[in-house]
Design a protein around this ligand. Structure first.
Ligand code: AMP
Length: 729
């Protein structure tokens, strides 16, 4: 008798096989999803159908004209046929246009998106928000430096992150090394599973990510090839939707079927094979301690769980947090700051009793409403919709309050930074994206010119990580709950008889023992009943991938009553994981805009950063080059510095319009212009409105409004003012 189907692995065995953190070749999700799936199917399909009919008619009519000419038919007859041909061509071109516009308006307007991205990236590079690393040596793909405004923004984002999460939630911050010994990443599963599928140009050896090539092929065909049939379009969309589940063989077969070649050389490609994304190194001069640059910061927290738990007075729940560099040797990074080989992660591991995942502060976020994209909506082809977080948790759409609480806190964090609410959604992982042990996972995805991008992953990872490190290190990473009164409990006791198992299974004895011990109560009692009635049972050992025969003398299974004074358990962990670089890049795109110069002869760029993230909060200009004004400007600058407000003083005498244009491009929200001995004007970047305040008050007003203690509306209401562009540019 076979008592476990291959789909019902005992829990510990499953862990070995299915590790979602490691986005393995089949389960690694591409967080950047362009939107072809959302094209209204009917309209697009019928237009493709109609286009193919029109093309056939044009071709047939063309042939008819040629035949008439060849047979020297009468001129009026040829003219009529040509007229008909032209009419058909016009009809075909109208359908083409309509199809093109449907494809563009459904989010695939790649030309618009690329033009917009180019404008943003040009400004970012020109103003040194970032610089390709090692540029004077031609650079290295996937590595970027942050220049002065980029550093300031990153520091503002991180300090807000510390305030919003670590401070407000009393988290325990740690800072662990990037260089990590192999044993840690072996336990976590990264050594074996942290892979992407790669293909090589067979002649030059250049490497590509296999799924990216297939995705590019499908997307480009759908966007640019209007001649493909409705059936072909549906097939390509289907491939895009399911390719994350492709095995290496399926991916290879599709690449061959579509004739996909190396993008740069058109050479044939190798079969896909897994490539581990970790940078390998060795620790110490002997080279005997293998190590890796960490691919995430989370493991540093898990291995410190025991000490942190004691530090926290052995109380749950508690959260630890870490900000630091992570390293992933991405195969062919192409999406600028979004997919890089070294990046800053900010991760939280919130440890909680698996039997109580309520959150005392859930009511603080329960009323929030924002775009959520639950699994069911994705499966039925609907789009994300606004849901109330409290209801989503109450209905079980979000698995538990603690997970819901973090989703709400992430929403508040991102929107306060300046991420557009309408271009932020929380997408639930589909069943196939999630590890078996994960209770529920949601990604905060932000829409940019590259499509929807996963910027924050929020996962309830159950007890997987702590168990993995307990097993490997032998150090129990557990929590205790002391009972007020001792409790009588019935415990399942599984005792494999090692001598008998050794004789029967020899070298495989350890795997069989582990599998037997990993049975849950239901499985064990079922086995006990079968052994008692039949004396023998078929048992699937997942780690051997085979079924073995277990006899009655090989294992004893019983339930024993015991008095217990405490409960010892492995905590569950809820993990929000923030890709800081991705959030910052999306912020750049969401805050970027252009507006005409005063003369109307050019478009000026500006970043509408909220004061919280703006790299420089204020500029100080004397209106004209005059010693008195310059002195006053220096006094204001000193006052701003003393209250920690980043600012820039400009006494170059450049025209005021030019100065504003330069600082708008850096996203500076306020400008103080010294134009009298007693007072100054403060100009707000987005409205261009100005207020007049006394010299003495200038620094404190700018400091209050920069730090969010006052809004610009408050300032506007409190001081004499004049509205936009009255005098400035
Ligand atoms: P993961 O552990 O793969 O879920 O990644 C956690 C977060 O790191 C993601 O939500 C992304 O924001 C970010 N991330 C992952 N890979 C990269 C990369 N190659 N470059 C930049 N950010 C990344």
């Amino acid at each position: 008798m076979r008592i476990f189907s291959t789909l019902v692995f005992p829990r510990r065995q499953q862990q070995i096989f299915n590790l979602r953190r490691f986005q393995t070749t089949t389960i690694r999700r591409n967080p950047i999803s362009i939107a072809p799936i959302q094209i209204p199917m009917d309209a697009e399909q019928s237009l493709r159908q109609s286009l193919s009919e029109k093309s056939s008619s044009v071709e047939a009519q063309g042939n008819a004209v040629r035949a008439l000419k060849a047979s020297r038919a009468a001129k009026p007859e040829i003219d009529a046929a040509i007229e008909q041909l032209n009419k058909l061509k016009l009809e075909k071109s109208a359908v083409e246009k309509e199809l093109q516009s449907i494809i563009s308006s459904s989010g695939n307007g790649s030309l618009n998106r690329e033009a917009f991205r180019k404008a943003v990236v040009n400004t970012l590079e020109r103003r040194l928000f970032y610089i390709p690393s090692f540029k004077i040596y031609s650079g290295v793909a996937g590595l970027f430096d942050y220049g002065p405004p980029g550093c300031a923004i990153k520091s503002n984002v991180l300090s807000f992150w510390r305030q919003h999460f670590i401070l407000e939630e009393n988290m325990l911050e740690v800072d662990c090394p990037c260089v990590t010994p192999e044993v840690v990443l072996k336990a976590s599963g990264h050594v074996d599973k942290f892979t992407d599928l790669m293909v090589k140009d067979e002649k030059t050896g250049t490497c590509y990510r296999a799924d990216h090539l297939l995705k590019d092929y499908c997307t480009e065909k759908l966007e640019k090839d209007l001649t493909i049939s409705a059936e072909k379009a549906a097939e390509l969309k289907d491939v895009l939707a399911v390719m994350e589940d492709f095995s290496p063989e399926q991916l290879g077969a599709k690449i061959k079927e579509y004739g996909i070649t190396a993008p740069d050389t058109k050479n044939p490609l190798s079969d896909p094979y897994p490539f581990n994304l970790m940078f390998q190194t060795s620790i110490g001069p002997s080279g005997l301690i293998p190590g890796y640059m960490r691919p995430e910061t989370a493991q540093g927290i898990f291995v410190n769980f025991k000490d942190l738990y004691y530090y926290n007075g052995k109380k749950l729940p508690f959260a630890a947090a870490q900000i630091g560099q992570a390293f992933r040797n991405e195969i062919s990074p192409r999406q600028g700051l979004l997919r890089v080989r070294e990046f800053t992660l900010a991760e939280i591991e919130h440890f909680v009793d698996p039997e109580n995942k309520s959150h005392p502060k859930f009511s603080d976020v329960a009323k929030l409403e924002f775009l959520m994209f639950p699994r069911e909506e994705q499966m039925s082809g609907q789009s994300a919709k606004k849901l109330c977080l409290g209801e989503a948790v109450a209905k079980g759409t979000v698995n538990n309050e603690t997970l819901g609480y973090f989703i709400g806190r992430v929403y508040l964090f991102l929107t306060r930074l300046g991420i557009d609410k309408e271009r932020l959604r929380f997408r639930q992982h589909l069943a196939n994206e999630m590890a078996h042990y994960a209770a529920d996972c949601w990604d905060a995805e932000i829409e940019s010119s590259y499509g929807w991008i996963e910027c924050v992953g929020i996962a309830d990872r159950s007890a997987y990580d702590l168990r993995a490190h307990s097993d490997k290190s032998g150090v129990p990473l557990v929590a205790e709950e002391k009972f007020a009164e001792p409790k009588e409990v019935e415990k399942l006791v599984i005792t494999p008889v090692k001598k008998e198992l050794g004789l029967a299974f020899k070298g495989n004895q350890k795997n069989v023992v582990e599998s037997l011990e990993a049975m849950n109560e239901e499985e064990a009692m079922e086995m006990k009943a079968s052994l008692e009635s039949k004396g023998e049972v078929e048992f699937y050992v997942c780690t051997l991938n085979k079924t073995v025969s277990i006899k009655k003398n090989m294992v004893s299974i019983s339930k024993e009553k015991k008095k217990e004074h405490q409960r010892v358990f492995t905590p569950s962990v809820i993990e929000p994981s923030f890709g800081i670089g991705r959030i910052i890049y999306c912020l750049y795109e969401h805050c970027f805009s252009t507006r005409p110069s005063k003369a109307g002869d050019e478009q000026l760029n500006l970043f509408r950063f909220p004061p919280l993230v703006a790299p420089i909060k204020c500029t100080v200009f004397p209106l004209v080059q005059n010693q008195q004004f310059e002195e006053a400007a220096k006094v204001i600058s000193k006052e701003l510095a003393s209250v920690g407000i980043s600012h820039k003083i400009d006494i170059t005498g450049t025209s005021i319009g030019k100065r504003y244009a330069r600082t708008d491009e850096l996203g500076v929200p306020f400008a103080i212009t010294v134009d009298s001995d007693t007072s100054v004007t403060i100009r707000e970047r987005d409205s261009k409105d100005q207020v007049r305040v006394s010299l003495k008050e200038a620094a404190s007003v700018v400091s209050s409004v920069s730090e969010g203690k006052m809004t610009w509306q408050d300032v506007w209401a409190s001081f004499p003012h004049h509205s936009s562009a009255a005098a400035d540019e």
